[in-house]
Design a protein around this ligand. Structure first.
Ligand SMILES: [Zn+2]
Length: 329
């Protein structure tokens, strides 16, 4: 519940220009005639898409807040094309974004969509699942994802249900029919995907997707770039997972859940890791000094403030979550 409540951030206007310039350099406009009027809110075509590695296509989400009309289109989502079929990696925060992604796939290949993979349980990554229902794919996620999506959906339906259509219900939320305990390999035909499930980090159900042949790693929200990360699982667990991921060899392209594409894994994680380590060490110091959570929230991590988008809406909540986790060490 809090996971969704905490995502009520607004992007500072002075950073918008920079972001727009970045996206423009990567945009590959699709057919000009495409229109996505079916979405619950206004959507402005074209649907940006970039082939970041052979067969790996990414739609870059916008770095806007959850109060913005385009909040259904904030996550990086995309698809991977094999000789036999296509795998989708996350589907966006609305049926309309899911449909736009599906149209983009059809611009590139007539191959069937055999897998829809969801990297975790935040709605901006899976509300578009319903757009792929008629394709009959296997929906795949972390072993804990069905529990997360099958639990209390009332909050997300109430606050963001408009992105699922006029009468949103649990039936519009499609949980995975196939789950990953540790790793799972998928064959798309000439392309092998390795899915890895992690212990609690950003959430309780984070999953990555590696296109083995091209070294393209889709990290979901294990990696935030530019946009301040949101703590919804365990900050210590997340740092541990980053440590594991940094040992990966052969990764040439890094796709975050939010923010620009990277090339070097360690470099891509540097900002996020520094922010988390700063919060952890300063919260520990506050606890050691006997300061309470309210005092910690006002003082921890301020050296990071100018480095991130959506700071004001997210940072204090992160400190609060970290304090609650670390006070029991
Ligand atoms: Zn997330």
């Amino acid at each position: 519940m809090e996971a969704h409540a905490l995502m009520t951030a607004r992007q500072p206007r002075n950073r918008r220009g920079y972001r727009a310039a970045y996206v423009l350099t990567l945009v590959v406009p699709l057919a000009a005639g495409l229109s996505y009027s079916l979405r619950g809110t206004a959507y402005t075509p074209p649907f940006n898409l970039v082939e970041v590695a052979p067969g790996n296509f990414v739609h870059l989400g916008r770095q806007v807040s959850f109060e913005d009309p385009d909040t259904d289109d904030i996550a990086n989502i995309g698809f991977i094309v094999g000789e036999k079929c296509v795998a989708v990696v996350d589907t966006g925060g609305s049926v309309a974004v899911g449909r736009a992604l599906r149209d983009a796939i059809r611009e590139h290949t007539p191959a069937p969509i055999c897998y829809v993979i969801n990297t975790h349980s935040h709605f901006d990554h899976y509300f578009g699942n319903v757009a792929f229902k008629d394709d009959g794919p296997q929906f795949i996620g972390h072993r804990k994802l069905p529990e997360a999506l099958g639990g209390d959906n009332a909050y997300v339906l109430e606050h963001f249900g408009r992105y699922l259509g006029e009468h949103p219900s649990n039936a519009d939320i499609i949980p995975p029919g196939r789950t990953v305990d540790s790793t799972l390999e998928l064959d798309l035909g000439g392309k092998t995907l390795r899915l890895t499930a992690y212990p609690t980090a950003h959430t309780h159900c984070d999953l990555s997707v590696l296109d083995v042949g091209t070294g393209t790693l889709w990290l979901g929200d294990l990696l935030f770039r530019e946009r301040l990360p949101s703590f919804d699982g365990s900050v210590l667990g997340w740092l541990k997972v980053i440590g594991t991921l940094e040992q990966e060899h052969g990764v040439k392209t890094v796709i975050p859940g939010h923010g620009p594409i990277g090339e070097d894994l360690e470099a891509a994680f540097a900002d996020e890791k520094r922010y988390m380590e700063t919060v952890v060490s300063e919260v520990r110091a506050q606890i050691a000094d006997g300061r309470d959570i309210d005092q910690a929230v006002e003082t921890v991590g301020l050296s990071e403030r100018e480095r991130w988008l959506l700071w004001d809406q997210q940072h204090k909540r992160n400190v609060s979550r970290a304090y609650t986790e670390l006070e029991w060490e």
